[in-house]
Design a protein around this ligand. Sequence first.
Ligand SMILES: [Zn+2]
Length: 89
Amino acid sequence: MTETKKIREINIEVERVRVISNLKKTKIKCLDCGTISEFIAIPTALQIFEITEIEIAKFVNEQLIHLKKGINNEIIVCLPSLISAKNYV
Ligand SMILES: [Zn+2]
């Protein structure tokens, strides 16, 4: 007698929404995107996306994110490129 096993598969998708008030962002033209994009400072990006500086460096090496120099010489990152880099990984 053969035994038939029933396998039940359940997929659970979790989506998180993070609301950040008073997010300091700069709207400038991103040469890589070719449009006006929002840029945020790297420390802010690390905090919002819960990523490390190593991951940022990896994204830069893979040319997934676009960086610029901000008004106060800080490095700022193109938000749309960071979002797509995060989804890509
Ligand atoms: Zn960009």
